[in-house]
Design a binder for this molecule. Structure first.
Ligand code: ADP
Ligand code: MG
Length: 394
């Protein structure tokens, strides 16, 4: 059935065990924090067009335990087997931690990036252990959950002013400068600001985030990992961004957020077919996302599901970021009674789908998708969860 993922307290226990193993049986962490991965319910490839997105925080989290040292030595260990070696990284800060360059191992760059962009100085040396239940590279944003968890950890060593939006932006910067990914703001925002029982409608232009209640025992959000990742991901993302900028410029707008379908139709003959289709996806997807947020408010799940399917079809046909595996998973999910809607989620070319369905239909849906899918999927039965938080070590 669905993949059983460890609870937060199980992850903390695992991290504590690893801490003693790495630093000595007498050594114990004094701080524990966690930050969630996320799934985007709707609003795909809209964030870098200044549009709306509607993600929620997941019960899948990255935990960091550790504590300060009296020198400038930093040692960080991850329990993940899916990273480049070594899994233990040590260095001396030689200063206040504000001038750290990316290097090897690659996974540690997320930690260095967060230290580099952290908003209070000085930072003490520290020891830390990472344990995570977010699959790495699966499109559920293990990278943002690691950044935000680490930022939350540093807040316990030397507090900043506590401003949450600035925290999310600093973590986004870490991903840009040290992770090498020019991501939008969605992942870090929802990892910081997500709340249990709520999705988060984010206006990526004003950075205003509005909580949308999404708590219904009759409802399940099923995530299906296709467990494929096509190599197109890296190269296609900047191409899409450029096409959107080009379209906005032809329409005489700062971004596609400011454009309507009428604007686009009026200038259709000035755009090549591909650029037109990219822009159409973005303009319609931004509209769909605000409609979906309204549908959620009135618990109109059928309407929400319909918008999810429209979103998927648009990502497949107009934006061309889906793939055979994701299309198969969505088609299979939609064949099950009790399913409201399903779509690819995240950047595309692999990764996960998200499906909204009636709780009693979940076992049937999992069986059916498994049977119909040509690959080997992993399932997560989830509900909207809490953003980054400090945990008790008691
Ligand atoms: P996604 O964010 O969709 O999971 P990314 O490629 O953006 O995929 O981020 C995955 C990378 O983040 C990993 O390859 C690794 O470098 C880093 N990372 C994420 N979680 C961990 C972890 N628990 N321990 C070490 N590195 C991690
Ligand atoms: Mg990521």
């Amino acid at each position: 059935m669905a993949s059983k993922f460890p609870t937060v307290s199980e992850l903390v226990s695992e991290a504590r065990r690893l801490y003693s193993q790495e630093f000595g049986q007498e050594e114990h962490p004094t701080v524990a924090v966690c930050a969630p991965g996320r799934v985007n319910l709707i609003g795909e490839h809209t964030d870098y067009n200044q549009g709306f997105v509607l993600p929620m925080a997941l019960p899948l989290v990255t935990v960091v335990v550790g504590g300060p040292t009296s020198d400038l030595e930093v040692t960080v260990v991850t329990n993940s087997e899916d990273v480049d070696e070594p899994r233990r990284m040590c260095f001396n800060m030689h200063g206040d931690g504000s001038q750290l360059s990316p290097g090897k191992p690659a996974w540690a760059n997320y930690v260095k990036g967060v230290m580099h962009h952290y908003r209070a100085r000085p930072l003490p040396g520290f020891r830390a252990v990472i344990a995570s239940s977010v699959p790495l590279g699966g499109g559920l944003s293990s990278s943002a959950s690691l950044e935000v968890a680490f930022y939350t950890f540093l807040q316990q060593l030397n507090p900043d002013d506590g401003d949450k939006v600035s925290k999310a932006l600093a973590c986004q910067q870490a991903e840009h400068t040290h992770g090498g990914v020019p991501c939008g703001i969605m992942d870090q925002f929802v990892s910081v600001l997500g709340r249990e029982g709520h999705a988060l409608l984010i206006d990526c232009r004003s950075l205003k985030a509005t909580l949308q209640p999404l708590e219904d025992p009759q409802l399940v959000i099923l995530i299906t990992n296709s467990n494929v990742k096509h190599s197109l991901t890296g190269s296609e993302y900047p191409t899409r961004r450029k096409q959107c900028e080009e379209a906005a410029s032809v329409l005489g707008k700062d971004s596609l957020r400011d454009a309507t379908m009428k604007d686009l139709e009026d200038k259709k003959d000035k755009l090549d077919d591909v650029t037109y289709r990219r822009a159409r996806h973005v303009i319609e997807e931004i509209e769909r996302t605000t409609q979906a947020a309204d549908a959620l408010k009135s618990r109109a799940y059928k309407e929400f599901g319909k918008l999810m399917v429209e979103s998927h079809n648009s990502l497949r046909d107009l934006y061309e970021v889906s793939c055979k595996e994701l299309d198969e998973l969505v088609a299979a999910a939609m064949e099950v009674e009790g399913v409201f809607g399903s779509r690819m989620t995240g950047g595309g070319f692999g990764g996960c789908t998200v499906t909204l369905l009636q709780a009693p239909a979940v076992d049937k849906a999992i069986l059916h998708i498994k049977e119909r899918y040509s690959g080997t999927p992993t399932f997560y039965v989830t509900s909207p969860s809490e953003g980054a938080r400090v945990l008790s070590l008691a």
